[in-house]
Design a binder for this molecule. Structure first.
Ligand code: IVH
Length: 674
């Protein structure tokens, strides 16, 4: 294709994508792909400068402002930045600076010292705040660089934006900075949107933009936005002579600045800082998509000046994207311990932030139907922190009609038994208790921390023993012999000894723990402990008629029915007989004297709104009953009490496989044991 034709195409493509990104907050391609197109345009224009048009995206930043807001003219245009991606690009940047300043061949005594400020590039939205005599007068978006939208009312709702500065001296200050949403807030917002059936925000930038572009500032106010200042329209508005001084001065005025900005005496220091930030970014509370490098000295910045779209004295060094687009090839259905069938997207492998991703969870049927995903779709996927990759959305515009809607299978992909989706439940289930997939999951659960906690028999070992047919059901665990394990790949005499000891230690488990571990449907830890309180032995429970179970406060038809069905199954009875022969004898009411309080050993966290008591009161009740309180979702936490409108904590707790209870179940747990 000739250059002129390709340039025309690139201009149209970039304009279109920029409009979607800046104006509609609904990008169709990832930032990385946009950058690639942009780089191609810049490359071609460099080879053919005669083909540069005035409307080329290289000649102006961003998109046009929305019409619904009043327009604001920026006295000093808000420029954007050129991109670098690695150390070589950064060195190229410095080479250009030296060439421009005519320093390439300067001797040591003539050389101007080039030093830099390196600042995290937060993935948010650029805004300008105008202060006069220290009072916030106006706030605006960047818009197309020379004209933005007046979002003063919306910006006033952001707590970190001061309405007055610690000075009244300066006549007019035009502060520039970034408005953004941190990860927690974005996860919570998206969770809420998911529950309301609204489209999710693909990234923090779109979430910040979408929240600021609300004609009703009350909506903005609810969105937990933050602000960090990083610059000023004209350095002459400040008494500073460098970017480093400016950040200190801004902070002195009461404006928040990023504590991670660093002074770098040489480009070598800039590169090290870039690598450091790239390594630390995952652990940060907010997303950064790169690092902005600025020539520190204002006099030099002035000498270097601007090009059409970006200053010569600064550059954005971008990290590899954590979002990417790829094709949805097919869907795999995984069967879990309780028979829940989870759809998993199989993707054309794509690199996301240095990791190759080929699978992503689709949660459940309702979820993929809501997202209207189809096999053959181009999909946007993302990886945030170390969370499992997920499919954000389908790029609907790219469809050619050959895509096929996803369908949930009617039969279990592992055992072929018919699947069931109960009304009101999101989950589709295989209800065959002998399904091998469920058996393996059940074994994993039995040995896990939520079960009997047999150290050394984690998921990996269990899969190995299951595949080797050494353990096919629960009794097999208790007839394992040391010499069977010691010779297996990855095992040795020592690890085999340890596992044998761990198994020995649970041969007389507390009945409640044991009941929760064997995985009877509708019998979780709470129901199991209610059963333990009522029945002195396992045999008593196995004989118990439905009526006896229903007498227990907290056990309803569903759980009672499931328990009776379970114990009347001949295979279950055979299994218990084998357990008995293997010397497994659960013991009821074996409470440590220190542990006689109902909540001892348990760690609670509350989220959402409680109906019948305040959080303070709830916490007090936990402590009075020997329990502890957690402040965040951690491994240590054992129970999450989810009130109304529970959000991100609930999601995180589920990811960590923690016990989640309702307010009513919590109140039930407070009762003293009989
Ligand atoms: S300086 C002329 N500093 O990156 C200088 N920008 O294309 C222009 N950004 O959306 C900006 N952190 O809002 C600068 N520490 C920082 C920044 C930063 C984030 C954003 C900026 C704009 C984009 C630049």
């Amino acid at each position: 294709m000739d250059a002129e034709k390709r340039l025309r195409e690139l201009r149209a493509l970039l304009q279109d994508h920029a409009h979607r990104y800046y104006v509609l907050d609904d990008p169709l391609i990832s930032d990385g792909e946009y950058d690639l197109l942009f780089q191609e345009l810049l490359g071609l224009e460099e080879q053919h400068p005669e083909l540069i048009t005035a409307d080329s995206p290289s000649q102006r930043p961003g998109g046009a402002p929305l019409e619904k807001f009043a327009q604001v003219v920026h006295r000093v245009p808000m420029l954007s930045l050129e991109n670098a991606f690695n150390a070589a690009d950064l060195q190229g940047f410095e080479d250009r600076l030296l060439r421009f300043l005519n320093q390439e061949n300067a001797t040591a005594d003539q050389a101007v010292p080039l030093s830099y400020m390196a600042e995290p590039k937060i993935d948010g939205l650029a805004v300008e705040l105008v202060y006069e005599q220290g009072r916030l007068l106006q706030g605006s978006t960047r818009g197309d660089g020379s004209r933005g939208e007046d979002i003063t009312a919306q910006l006033r709702t952001i707590p970190s934006i001061p309405r007055t500065l610690q000075t009244t001296a300066a006549a007019r200050l035009e502060i520039r900075g970034e408005v953004f949403m941190d990860r927690q807030a974005l996860i919570a917002l998206n969770q809420e949107r998911l529950e309301n059936g609204e489209p999710l925000f693909a990234n923090p930038r779109n979430a910040a933009a979408g929240s600021l572009r609300q004609l009703d500032p009350a909506i903005t106010a609810r969105r937990s936005l933050k602000f960090l200042a990083y610059g000023i329209a004209d350095p002459a508005q400040s008494p500073c002579s460098s970017q480093q001084e400016l950040l200190v001065w801004l902070e002195g005025l009461g404006l928040p600045v990023n504590g991670l900005a660093r002074f770098c005496p040489t480009m070598g220091d800039v590169t090290s800082r870039f690598e450091q930030l790239a390594a630390e970014r995952q652990a940060m509370a907010y997303d950064i998509d790169g690092m902005v490098v600025k020539v520190n000295n204002f006099a030099l910045q002035h000498r270097l000046g601007n090009k059409a779209r970006a200053p010569r004295w600064a550059i954005a060094c971008k990290f590899p994207a954590l979002q990417a687009t790829t094709r949805l090839l097919s869907v795999d259905f995984q069967v879990g311990r309780t028979g829940a069938v989870t759809p998993v997207a199989l993707l054309e492998p794509v690199e996301v932030g240095g990791v190759t991703v080929s699978r992503a969870t689709l949660h459940n049927r309702d979820e993929f139907e809501r997202k209207d995903l189809r096999v053959g779709d181009t999909v946007l996927i993302q990886r945030a922190g170390d969370v499992i990759p997920e499919v954000v959305k389908a790029m609907v515009e790219g469809r050619d009609g050959s895509e096929r809607p996803l369908t949930m299978p009617t039969h279990c992909p592992v055992c072929g038994h018919a699947l069931v989706k109960e009304a009101g439940e999101a989950v589709t289930r295989c209800v065959n208790p002998h399904c091998p997939a469920q058996r393996l999951r059940a074994l994993i659960h039995f040995c896990s921390r939520a079960g009997l906690d047999i150290e050394g028999l984690g998921r990996k070992s269990m899969e190995q023993l299951f595949d080797l047919r050494l353990v096919r059901d629960i009794p097999d665990i208790f007839t394992l012999r040391q010499e069977q394990l010691a010779g297996l790949p990855g095992w040795g005499a020592k690890s085999a000894d340890n596992v044998m000891a761990a198994i020995e230690a649970v041969r007389h488990p507390p009945l409640g723990k044991f009941l929760a571990a064997i995985g009877i449907r509708f019998v979780g830890e709470i129901t199991a402990s209610l059963l333990e309180q009522r029945f002195p032995t396992l045999d008593d429970l196995m004989q118990a008629p439905m009526e006896a179970l229903l007498e227990i406060d907290g056990i309803g038809d569903q759980a009672a029915g499931s328990i009776v069905d379970y114990f009347s199954d001949s295979e279950v009875r055979a299994m218990f007989e084998r357990l008995h022969q293997a010397g497994v004898a659960p013991e009821s009411g074996r409470l440590d004297p220190r542990e006689d309080q109902p909540l001892s050993g348990l760690v609670f966290l509350f989220t959402g709104t409680l109906m019948s008591l305040s959080r303070t009161e709830a916490k007090k009740l936990v402590k009075e009953r020997g329990g502890q309180i957690a402040t965040t979702v951690t491994q240590k936490m054992t129970h999450l009490v989810a009130g109304e409108k529970a959000g991100s904590k609930l999601k995180k707790a589920r990811e960590l496989d923690k016990i989640v209870v309702t307010e009513a179940e919590f109140l039930q747990m407070l009762r003293p044991r009989p």
